[in-house]
Design a protein around this ligand. Structure first.
Ligand code: NAP
Length: 320
């Protein structure tokens, strides 16, 4: 089979498309014929060598995929060959024609969801679900600011929050991205690249501010978020790409709760709860992953450049 292999950390061009051995599962594992793999920003941080976790070289990137089960190992009871699945983490890398994952890393992919959409479920949707319900303890009727709503996590959060009865404000920086955010159900969209968008948010909330912020770029926005939240508001730091200086008194004054998360460290019982919610939402059409761009597996390097560019539009997917 073919796979992307990284032999040294570096720029997107270090990803090489190579012939490698077919994969066979051990006990408790599955081999999946990958139809589509999702690209997430974290894949680029790992590939560059800048991330806290560095896989031993060479390695195949990718945590998100969807496909059909090729072979099951001894003791596997939930799946059989031919079943459609989405994969939430894996043991061998998703940017490949085949991958191996543990039985508990695979989830059934409902018939109404394409493989390309299935490749966008784990990191974007599980992160949005965990940020909203496990971290922010979001409630119906509350007002939510999704600071970065046009990308993978933001689109997922918009759909989930609307289904849960929240009032949703999303941000984006292009006309296409802003329209996407509205199409996913946001009540208001503002442009985070324009000065003064904070005033639009405060006006829309009658000066009270928002109950919850999901923050995709904390190094740019955390100080601003503390102005935008209501008293006892909650801010979930999902993404950050640098340092920020601000006055901690702002946290005291708002009795604010700032909480961080990393989806890969979610406890198993809480991840099971997340997947139960996601599989149900996919099956009933509440959750509709948006595939903004696709590239052939061999051109993974193009996807890694695209995911770091401004003007996000849902997810970027590799097709095998
Ligand atoms: P993405 O698809 O690339 O989307 C990035 C989003 O950030 C877009 O909506 C983009 O909007 C927006 N953005 C750009 N500049 C911004 C600004 N100044 N203020 C607010 N938003 C801004 O990425 P993603 O997959 O949604 O992930 C978002 C971030 O969360 C990334 O940093 C990623 O590494 C991180 N993440 C963390 C976890 C975790 O477990 N903690 C999980 C998943 C993702 P425009 O392009 O329209 O400007």
């Amino acid at each position: 089979m073919k796979a992307i292999r990284v032999h040294e950390f570096g720029d997107p061009q270090v990803m090489k498309f190579e012939e490698v051995d077919d994969l066979h599962p051990a006990a408790g594992q599955l081999t999946v014929q990958v139809k589509a793999a999702g690209i997430n920003p974290v894949d680029t941080y790992i590939r560059s060598g800048a991330y806290v976790l560095k896989p031993p070289l060479p390695y195949t990137p990718g945590m998100d995929a969807a496909g059909e089960i090729l072979e099951i190992g001894d003791g596997v009871t939930r799946f059989k060959p031919g079943d459609r699945v989405y994969v939430a983490g894996n043991l061998t890398g998703a940017y490949a024609e085949q991958l191996i994952c543990g039985e508990n890393q695979a989830q059934p992919l409902p018939e109404n969801v394409t493989f390309e959409q299935g490749a966008c479920v784990y990191i974007p949707y599980a992160t949005a679900f965990r940020a909203l319900f496990h971290k922010a303890k979001a409630r119906p009727g509350e007002t939510l600011l999704i600071h970065g709503a046009s990308g993978g996590v933001g689109v997922a959060a918009t759909q989930i929050a609307r289904a849960a009865g929240m009032r949703v404000i999303g941000t984006a920086s292009t006309d296409k991205g802003k329209q996407l955010v509205l199409d996913q159900g946001a009540h208001l969209v503002v442009d985070h690249s324009q000065d003064g968008y904070e005033n639009e948010i405060l006006e829309w909330t009658g000066g009270r501010g928002v109950h919850v912020v999901l923050e995709m770029l904390a190094n740019v926005n955390l100080k601003r978020d503390l102005q935008l939240i209501a008293l006892r508001g909650r801010i979930v730091v999902i993404g950050s790409r640098g340092a920020i200086e601000f006055e901690p008194r702002a946290i005291m004054g708002k009795e604010a709760n700032i909480v961080g998360m990393v989806i890969m460290t979610t406890p198993e019982n809480e991840m099971a709860e997340i997947h139960a919610g996601l599989v149900a939402g996919l099956a009933n059409g509440t959750l509709r992953p948006i595939v903004g761009k696709t590239f052939p597996l061999a051109e993974a390097f193009k996807g890694h450049s695209a995911v770091m560019e401004r003007g996000a539009y849902g997810n970027i997917v590799l097709t095998a």
